[in-house]
Design a binder for this molecule. Structure first.
Ligand code: KG4
Ligand code: ZN
Length: 389
């Protein structure tokens, strides 16, 4: 079977086609994987504005579908036949005028692709952005008569470690030896520790009480006048400070490091950086080397808490593996320290590939494979900004 997946929860419009062969021992292959990132647009404003993200998704998603189908070898042009569904499509896409126009222009010209299921992210994320993907999925489902599967974005991140790069097929054979697993999910919107007993069996053990880890990286980057999204820039400066042995500037707090729960708090750490910068006379007074030292201390503080809590969860629940997901999983120092800690504890640790650590639709397709089909009128097909795993 082939699954088309749609992801619009934040600032990436992402589509993918995943093929699955075999029932007992399914083999998966990512046939197409496309992302239209809005990062450059949001960078000008220093953050993601939901209504702006919505409009961008709405403009980009139809052209991106054509590219995705082409990449999967499924784009076949045809002469359009008169559409009896036009009124229904107009109703379905009434709130996405930019998309509606492109949809009516392009979709009648393409033949129904060989797709058996459409998986779409319904939450958590920015509700206006999520709605674009959901309405697009509903419109395609109407036109092509293909069933829909709602997907939780965080389940996508949990499962993202299963997939290798595009075009390499993969199975689930080794999965059972790795369960239960502790999954650390760290992104711009989330910081969660999840106990994974099986695919579909998740327990949220703890989460951030305020800012997400990626959000803290982004906010601190802003204080240091680094571009958005700031995570990779902080990481680059921090690495520089380590390589060049730049002296420490101050000790920043490690919030909730010693609490017995698996919750996090990054807002105090972020504020501590704010005060530090202020006490040094403002960012204009701070030299480049000192900036790198601040980035390093911030990164060390955030990572220390993430690593410690992940490992205590792994110990408490006798995890057989640790898996990581989300944009912050790309952080080099976090990878290094988590790997060392997991190795000491004696369990394997798996990170998603670089392309699958940030938001993408391949992971949504994978979660969609295991998800349940719903009808077009289902209550499960509504945007759920705060959807829990
Ligand atoms: O998963 P993701 O692409 O989108 C969300 O669902 O949020 O994560 C994006 C977040 C941003 O906050 C970004 O700054 C952070 O991941 N990030 C990093 C790194 N690369 C991306 N944070 C720290 N170090 C990195 N190398
Ligand atoms: Zn994400």
């Amino acid at each position: 079977m082939n699954i088309l997946a749609i992801e619009t929860s934040c600032d990436e419009t992402a589509l993918a086609v995943l093929s699955v062969r075999g029932l007992l021992h399914p083999k998966f292959t990512i046939q197409a994987h496309q992302i239209a990132s809005q990062a450059d647009l949001h960078a000008q404003y220093g953050g993601v504005f939901p209504m702006m993200a919505k409009r961008e998704h709405s403009k980009n998603i139809v052209p991106l579908l054509l590219v995705t189908l082409k990449e999967a070898g499924m784009l076949i042009q045809k002469n359009p036949i008169p559409w009896t569904l036009e009124q229904k499509i107009r109703e379905t896409l009434a709130r996405e005028p930019e998309m509606l126009e492109l949809f009516l222009k392009e979709i009648p010209h393409i033949k129904k692709p060989n797709i058996d299921k459409i998986a779409v992210t319904v939450g958590p994320g920015l509700a206006p952005a999520l709605w674009v993907g959901i309405n697009f999925a509903r419109a395609l489902s109407l036109v092509w008569n293909i069933p829909l599967v709602p997907v939780n974005h965080m389940e996508g991140h949990v499962l993202s470690i299963l997939a290798p790069e595009k075009n390499e097929s993969f199975g689930l054979a080794s999965l059972k030896d790795h369960l239960p697993a502790i999954s650390l999910l760290v992104s711009g919107g989330h910081t969660e520790i999840v106990l994974v007993k099986g695919i579909g069996t998740y327990t949220l053990l703890g989460q951030t009480r305020d800012d997400a880890a990626g959000e803290a990286f982004d906010k601190v980057a802003r204080m240091l006048e680094l571009p958005y999204p700031g995570g990779p820039h902080i990481s680059r400066l921090a690495d520089m400070a380590r390589e060049e042995n730049i002296a420490h500037v101050a000790k920043l707090p490690r919030p909730m490091l010693t609490t017995a729960d698996f919750d996090f708090s990054f807002s105090g750490l972020k504020t501590a950086v704010l005060y530090l910068v202020r006490d040094m006379g403002g960012i204009e007074k701070i030299s480049e080397p000192t900036k790198t030292a601040i980035a390093r201390e911030f990164e060390d503080a955030a990572i220390e808490v993430l690593v410690k809590k992940t490992l205590s969860a792994a110990k408490k629940y006798k995890a057989k593996s640790i898996i990581v997901g989300g944009g912050v999983a790309a952080n080099k120092e976090l990878r290094k320290q988590l790997t060392t800690a997991a190795t000491e504890f004696g369990v394997p640790i798996t990170f998603p590939t670089k392309t699958l650590s940030t938001d993408n639709a391949a992971m949504i397709a994978l979660a969609g494979y295991f998800g349940k089909k719903v009808s077009l009128s289902s209550k499960k097909l509504i945007a759920q900004g705060n959807m829990a795993l």
